[in-house]
Structures are given as structure tokens and as C-alpha cells.
Design a protein around this ligand. Sequence first.
Ligand code: HEM
Length: 414
Amino acid sequence: MSGFVVNQIADPTLYGDPQRLHQFYDWLRREHPVAWADPEGFRPFWVVSRHADIRELERQPEIFNAGPRMTLLPIPVEQANVAIFGVESGVFPLTAMDGAHHQAMRALTQDFFLPKNIRKLESAIAQHAAAFVARMAQDEGQCDLATDIAFWYPLRVAMAILGIDEQDEARMLRLTHELFGASDPAVRRPGLTEAEHIVAVKQDYIAFFDAITRDRQANPREDVATLIATGMPGGAEMSAEERLGYYVIIATAGHDTTAASIVGGMQALLDNPEQMALLKAHPELLKTFVNEAIRWTAPVKHFMRNVTQDYTLHGQTLRAGDHVLLSFGAATRDPEAFGDADQFRIDRALNNHLAFGHGPHTCLGQYLAKLEIEAFFTAFFAQIATIEPAGPPIYTEGSFVSGIRAMPVRYSRL
Ligand code: HEM
């Protein structure tokens, strides 16, 4: 008896306990590769957890649409979103768009995120990384690697790319945590229900980005905000909702995710000291380490798809109108796809994990994320000699983007 039920996939507390989470994922992949979930408070949905199956579905976007149901949200939150914003996901970002419209929208910023253009940012990112690691020196050998350092660094990079001033960063970080951590009572605004909280957070986002749009339309700059503010996808004016969704995805997609892989990658090195020693002795393994840290942490636990025509998978019929949760968290540890799937191996050469998704929605910022993580660890090993835990890590309780949210560490400088 495993003691698990499929509906636990919607329970935020499961994500706060990684050992249990991975036992759950193992059980799901093994026993119920296509599982029906009907948790209280949510519309029902299928769960697909095997690596090969997720790839199969992602390769057929005309059958498995990205919108309108994009992520797992409680019914009252979806209802509030529809009432106030007209879409159940609340914002209308790239991740909820389909077909030619999605392609035209993605094309607005796609070039910016290509490896050849991201490489131009290498030295600026290295400087940010070095500056953030140098902050650790000011903290007298002890800090919280997550809240003091790692959450701020990718945020700085994301804001620089968007073109948002440094003084507005703290506000953006708070809004992102509030958005992704809405189900966590420790994060939620006091006195508000989850639905009221999300609506309040979204309204703050709208106010913030409306001002940016007006500014960039009047004074274009060389930043992603200008591409969004002035973009004409397929030659047509963007709606206010689409524009907001674009800002929100660029502003939010890249920092908690990247931070979670940095902190989780460090935790994995601490848990596997032989891997830490290997990395120090062989810095040429940095790139495979970075990819393994992303597989290991899989910060984006799921996206959903909307079924447009009946489709049979492992004998189960997914009907038109049904919804499917793609469990990236489960797929990244699938033993059918990875040898020693439950081992953290920094020299893993074949590592086609699904932490960045697959198909037309594959993460736009994946080269940037990898560059940032690589730059962080380069700066870290250049400045820090030893590091050890100063308390247990604490994990976010959230079924969408989650990972370590607090990680007290002690360290010594080189
Ligand atoms: C989409 C993961 C960093 C921007 C996605 C998706 C995943 C993901 C799973 C959806 C893929 C799918 O549906 O198949 C991650 C992880 C990151 C990361 C794990 C860090 C380790 C970034 C960064 C940016 C970014 C740094 C930069 C702005 C985006 C955008 C999309 C996206 C714009 C939407 C693409 C589309 O729908 O066409 N990401 N991401 N991400 N990501 Fe990332």
C-alpha cells in the first residue's frame, strides 16, 4: 500500500515535503501513468506523468491546446479571474495561447532569447553574479542562500532585460511570490481569501505595467518592455490583456524558477559531497551540472492542456473538453528516460529532461536560465571556499512553481 491518492497532486503541502513528493511521483508514474483526478475545490482533470507520454502530447498542440485552462487553480480563483479579467488563468500570457496567434506573439521576443543574443549578455550577467556572491561576504559567514541572495540575482537579470529600474525590484519580487504562493497561508495577504488575494495581486501588476507601456510608447528603449509595448503581432495591435500577460510572463517566468534551480542545485551538492568535490576538481563539468540541477529541481511542476478531440493513451480515453495536467516534476525522474533517475549526477551527459517543457511552448528563456545558473556557480567557486547547512531547507507549498524558499547556510571565503 502506497497510501497515496491521485487527488494529492492538488495538495500544496505535498510540495513542501520533497521526499514524499517524489514517492508520490514514483507511484503515479508506475501505477497510474494516465490518472483521473477530481480533488475537492478543483475542476477534474487527467494527470500524465511519464516522460515519453508528455512529449507525445506536447508534440500535438492542435489536439492538446495550451489555453484556456493553463495551470491548476481552485474553482473560486478561476471564477474570480473570469469575472474580473475575462480568462480563467487571470492573465493571458504566451503559455495560454495557441496556433498562429501564439507563434506571432512568441516571435516578438523570440530573437532576443536566442543563444547568439543571450551570449551578448554573458559579461553583464557574470558581473551581477559576482556582485551577488560578494554580498555573502558582508553577511559574516552566514546567510539564507534563498532569501538573501538567490531570489534577488535572477530578478535583477530579468528586470535588466525588461528594462525595469532597480528601485522597483523589491515590489516585483513581492508580487511574484504573492502570485505563485497564493495557496500558501504564510505568503497570502492577511485577511484575504486565496481568490481575493490573487485579484489584489493582479491589480497591482496592472497598475505597475500600464505606466511602463505609456513610457515605452513615448520613449522606446533597447529592452524587452519596448518590444512588448510597441509590438504588433501579425501586424495587429495587442490587446491590453495580452500586453499585461506578456509583461507578467517575462517578469515572473525567469526568476523564481532560476532561483529555485540555483538553491536546489546547491542543496543537492551539499547532500552529495562527492558531487561537490567532483565539480570543484572538474570545473569543465559546470554545464552538465547546471542541466542536472534543473532536472533535479524541476521548479515548474506542471502546465495544463485542453483536449480538443478524443485521444487514447494507455487504454484511457481523454475526451474533447477534458483537461490534462502535464507533470514535469514526475517526468524529470522517470527511470524509463534517465539511468539512475533518483541520483544527482553532475556528469549526466544525456539529459533531455522536461523541466523546460517541450514543443511549441518550450521555455523561451532556457538559454538565459542556464547562463545565469552557470554564472552564479562560477562566481561562487571563485569567492567561497566552503559551505555547509546552518539549518534545514524549507520548501514552498505550491503545486505550480515551487522549490526551496529558505536555506540557511554557513560558509567561508577563499
Ligand atoms: C515557458 C520552465 C526560466 C521565460 C516555460 C515552460 C516551462 C518553463 C516548463 C512551459 C513549457 C511547456 O509548456 O512546454 C522554466 C524553468 C526555468 C525557466 C525550469 C529556470 C530554471 C525562464 C527564464 C525566462 C523564461 C529565465 C526568461 C524570461 C519563459 C517564457 C515561457 C516559458 C516566456 C512561455 C513560452 C511559450 O509559451 O511560448 N518555462 N523556465 N523562463 N518560459 Fe521558462
